[in-house]
Design a protein around this ligand. Structure first.
Ligand code: FHN
Length: 426
């Protein structure tokens, strides 16, 4: 069988796992007994531990975390199994987040898990092997713009608290040294030594450092090996010519779920709670139905959902994430047909749920509301359906077809079940 192109696999994937894991997983949002302030993204603790009093954690103090990093419960097989079981098709992990610390045995910089920690194991290598075993694509989040370890990487600077930070205090010439000395060679390693072909670069505002020539160099590098990459490399925000032609898929800003259709391929990356990296005081876990609604909503608009986990410093996945991943997986195990290989249904929107459509024209109506008297109306239907049933139970759904309107009456037994899918075949 001909191997599918990476972009086609990604466009159809619909559900993926994002993982934020690194030195910041150790303090987990608490520094010297005090909860980190500002946006509570635990992976930002180096710059937010002391907010609003100013002052980052010094490099020396932050780097001491490396001597403590020993995720003995890290089990690549289990991480990938959880993703697979949840119905996810790919995993994107922070190979290097803004702190500059690499989760692989980088020859470019010793600031990495193998050279600096008692753990000494190559997390990316182990994950790649497990992903290959389970048929999951491994992708790399790589912080190309901010790098707080390299002398000349961009970093935040709070001149006047609580003003927003200037995200770079380095000159263009110096930044070029970082870019050529660390960013380009590390991305090359991930491509050539680890076989990674899916890249998620991270920027979210215009930056004079992310010049057209730098971005093109990085884009060309990834493309030269047949890899694909996302819009947050910076092109869209810099309004460069040909912006969207240069990148392979769009990434929304954090937790942004569009309410109308967008041309594929695109994805939303979202948190399980508030933080990306594990935060010990973040208990606002979204429930499984909320997560499923986000997945369904993006699928109904042609997009993927990339749900993040923030493993504990010991490498285990937090219990609330495990439970929800398995619940979402259980729903997908019986309703997956309404999500995978579907697109936007191109029908008038319905206020009671979301619609997807398979390649053969079958419509899947996802019912977000439950109400004993529920009668559901779908407009713009061109022909009389042959069969209408609840996907999970195969229970028949009564319907009337009048003036291009399909009026469905939910069977009374089914209305107690949340997130039913009605399959409408023609
Ligand atoms: O600053 C990062 C943040 O830590 C996290 O990695 C998210 C994920 O989308 N990206 C940036 C903020 O948008």
């Amino acid at each position: 069988m001909k191997k599918k192109k990476m972009i086609d696999v990604f466009s159809e994937a619909r559900f993926g796992m994002f993982i934020h894991f690194g030195l910041y997983s150790i303090p987990a949002g608490i520094w010297k007994g005090k909860e980190q302030g500002r946006n509570r993204y635990a992976e930002w603790i180096k710059y937010q531990a002391n907010w609003p009093d100013g002052g980052a954690i010094s490099d020396a103090e932050y780097n001491e975390l490396a001597a403590e990093f020993n995720p003995v419960k890290f089990d690549a097989d289990q991480w990938v199994w959880e993703a697979k079981n949840a119905g996810m098709k790919y995993i994107i992990i922070t190979t290097k987040h803004h702190d500059g610390f690499a989760l692989w045995d980088s020859k470019v910089s010793d600031y990495n898990v193998v050279k600096m920690t008692p753990f000494k194991r190559d997390i990316i290598r182990e994950l790649k092997n497990a992903c290959d075993k389970y048929g999951i694509i491994l992708g790399a989040y790589y912080s190309h713009w901010l790098d707080w370890e390299h002398e000349f990487g961009a970093e935040p600077h709070w001149p006047e608290i609580p003003e927003d930070p200037t995200l770079e205090i380095v000159s263009n010439e110096k930044y070029e040294i970082y870019f050529q000395e660390k960013c380009i060679p590390q991305v090359t390693e991930l491509l050539d030594d680890y076989g990674i072909r899916l890249f998620w670069f991270d920027s979210w505002q215009a930056s004079p450092l992310l010049t057209e020539s730098r971005l093109e160099e990085l884009i060309n590098l990834v493309h030269s090996r047949g890899g694909i990459l996302n819009s947050r490399i910076g092109t869209t925000w810099n309004h460069h010519k040909k912006d969207e032609e240069l990148v392979d898929f769009l990434s929304m800003l954090d937790n942004v779920f569009p309410d109308s259709k967008i041309a594929p391929p695109w994805e939303t990356s979202g948190t399980f709670n508030d933080s990306w990296g594990y935060h010990a005081l973040d208990f606002s876990w979204k429930d499984s139905n909320d997560l499923l609604k986000k997945l369904i909503s993006n699928a109904s608009n042609n997009g993927n959902y990339q749900l993040n986990i923030g493993p504990h410093a010991d490498g285990s996945i937090p219990a609330p994430s495990i439970r929800r991943l398995r619940e979402v997986g259980a729903w997908l195990a019986v309703n997956g047909e309404s999500i995978y290989n579907t697109t936007c249904a191109d029908l008038p929107i319905v206020e009671w749920g979301k619609l997807t459509m398979s390649k053969d024209g079958t419509i899947f109506a996802h019912v977000f509301e439950n109400n004993p008297k529920l009668s559901l109306v779908l407009r713009g239907i061109n022909k009389m359906p042959k069969k209408v049933e609840i996907l999970e139970t195969s229970q028949q759904v009564a319907f009337d077809y009048v003036n291009k309107c399909l009026i469905l009456t939910m069977p009374k037994e089914s209305i107690q079940t949340e997130l039913n899918v009605i399959k409408i075949e023609f």
